[in-house]
Design a protein around this ligand. Structure first.
Ligand code: GLV
Ligand code: MN
Ligand code: MN
Length: 412
């Protein structure tokens, strides 16, 4: 362990600031939804930085941006990465940090003339967030062969626009085949997006497991009618039924162990002040680190929806948008992260991620771990998302030293 080998924190911060101008909102925060013009601009800037380093850059069939730095041997690479897309009204770090810290690691290796045994590769995955196209972790799923490329192209956003068409429109419909690369290991640096490290004043989280996620869209159909004249017992109020679902989600989360349950989108139609809603469409996000509990939550919600349909005299249908089981990180890669953190004199604890990440898909394919740094006040998916520069620097240095361990033979 050579702590004198370190990344350039000013350069990393400067790049985070430059990237954050794409999708910047006048009221603060960033909206760089996948495959929008803002996403294209961010991608173009990132690719220009990769080319400045003379890296071998490839765009794959779902628009994942890959860059390869050769090793002394031609073994499978250690892959670093994350995503450049954001949710609506996001902060500057969710995703961007992992990608730009990976770039910083590659540049540091080049500048110090360090040639690792294994190649080191970097990836910016397409549509991790699922905020526009609701198959989240889309790029990593296709990269691993879990999502056929044609199926990814056919996913549409809420306006019916296809992924395949948007990839072509923004110039990121590449020809590098998905499934071509099986990394020796995958590492993702990310902000925690929760309060644990911040509250405990610990600098580094070595992630052992990542939550399972289940997304569905629930459509409730009642009957639109006059708000003033329709007696209560004659109402088929889709709005009331939607409110009951939201209330039930909180009960579900309170009743099942470590369960999360959220309605993040709700729309009524006809959406008029003096009309009983004839239809309501809402999204449900269920999460648990234990697959058995997540399945129980899905089943209990389904039972509740059936009873609600009966009780409120409405029709209720539900469509699964996305499901991913909880993932375990690789114990030896997690230990490499801890070793790197301790070698740099940083406090470190093991933890579980409650947010979804490309790493949970990559864990199905290769030994994987994540490095977390504290999020101020545990806030993320919000313009208030912030991590201290010294924590960003610490996280990127842990990434660098974990790579040095793994790329010089640490993956067996
Ligand atoms: C992605 O950030 C998620 O956890 O939904
Ligand atoms: Mn993220
Ligand atoms: Mn996110």
């Amino acid at each position: 362990m050579q702590p004198e080998i370190h990344i350039d924190p000013q350069r990393l911060n400067q790049r985070l600031v430059e990237l954050a101008q794409f999708g910047a909102l006048p009221e603060g925060g960033i909206s760089r939804l996948a495959l929008t013009d803002a996403d294209k601009s961010g991608r173009d800037l990132f690719v220009s930085w990769l080319r400045d380093l003379s890296l071998d850059v490839r765009i794959d069939q779902v628009g994942n941006i890959l860059a390869f730095q050769p090793g002394r041997g031609d073994a499978q690479p250690v892959l670093l990465g994350s995503h450049l897309d954001t949710v609506r009204a996001a902060g500057p770090l969710d995703g961007a940090l992992g990608v730009l810290a990976g770039l910083e690691v590659l540049q540091t290796l080049q500048e110090l003339d360090i040639h690792t045994l294994r190649p080191v590769a970097l990836v910016a995955f397409t549509n991790e967030e699922g905020a526009r196209f609701t198959t989240d972790m889309m790029g990593s799923r296709a990269f691993c062969g879990e999502l056929p490329v044609e199926d990814a192209w056919d996913v549409t956003d809420f306006e019916g626009v296809r992924v395949g068409d948007e990839l072509r429109r923004i110039g990121y419909s590449g020809d590098f085949p998905c499934g071509q690369v099986t990394p020796a290991a995958y590492l993702e640096l990310h902000i925690e997006q929760g309060p644990v490290l911040y509250q405990e004043r610990v600098t580094i989280g070595a992630v052992e497991a990542i939550t399972g996620i289940s997304w569905q869209a629930v459509t409730i159909t009642g009957a639109a009618n006059h708000a003033g004249t329709t007696p209560l017992d004659a109402r088929r109020d889709a709005g009331l039924a939607a409110a009951k679902v939201i209330q039930y989600l909180r009960e579900l989360a309170q009743f099942l162990p470590d369960q999360r349950a959220t309605c993040g989108r709700l729309s009524f139609s006809p959406d008029v002040i003096n009309v009983i809603p004839g239809q309501a469409v809402l999204t449900v996000d269920l999460r648990n680190g234990e697959d058995a509990v997540l399945k129980k939550a899905e089943q209990q919600l389904a039972e509740y929806l059936a009873a609600l349909a009966e009780g409120e005299n409405v029709e209720v249908t539900s469509r699964i948008l996305m499901r991913v089981s909880p993932s375990r990180c690789d114990p030896s890669v997690v230990t490499w992260v801890e070793t790197a953190a301790r070698g740099l004199g940083l406090t470190c604890r093991r933890m579980v991620s409650g947010a979804g990440h490309d790493a949970q898909i990559m864990a199905h394919t290769c030994p994987t771990a994540m490095i977390f740094i504290p999020s101020q006040n545990g806030i993320s998916h919000s313009p208030a998302e912030y991590s201290r520069p010294k924590d960003i620097e610490a996280g990127a240095n842990v990434l660098l030293h974990t790579v040095l361990g793994l790329a010089d033979g640490g993956t067996g």
